[in-house]
Design a protein. Sequence first.
Length: 181
Amino acid sequence: MLETERLRLREFTAADVDLFVELDGDPEVMRHLSFEATPRDEVEAKLLPKILQQYREGPLGTWAALDRATGEFLGWFELTPTPDRPGEAELGYRLRRATWGRGLATEGSLALIDKGFGEWGLSRIWAETMSVNAGSRRVMEKAGLRYLRTFHVHFDDPLPGTEHGEVEYALTREEWLRARG
């Protein structure tokens, strides 16, 4: 689907269940999401079928991220549609802890942003994370998204840091074009 200097993004398949389960089984990877591993049956029955359906609806979706040199699974990237706002998509990523700090999240995000605006004609790309998730916020900023707001969501079982809120970052097509010169 897409290649960068160090990454190859490809469609997931039904055979990728173990990759998802392993990634979501790392408590540090899930620290700002749930602290809990995604159960295998949920990956098989809900998560992967939803991703595979996105490919049929295309072009947006979620893609497996592989090391371009070795083929090793590193995590995933996504640009998913915003149902109530046509032309907009949410940027997301989840990478193995061993890859953190190497710029791979930024590299993959920049490539998807370029494809989203340049090829797929999106008007706006946005992302959200917990306010305390400094690593993800840095990725959003390095990828060119700008901070828009902090907001608070009620959770029945909040994670540590929830009291500081969620943050939204975004980039419009016009801003992307200006930055490209």
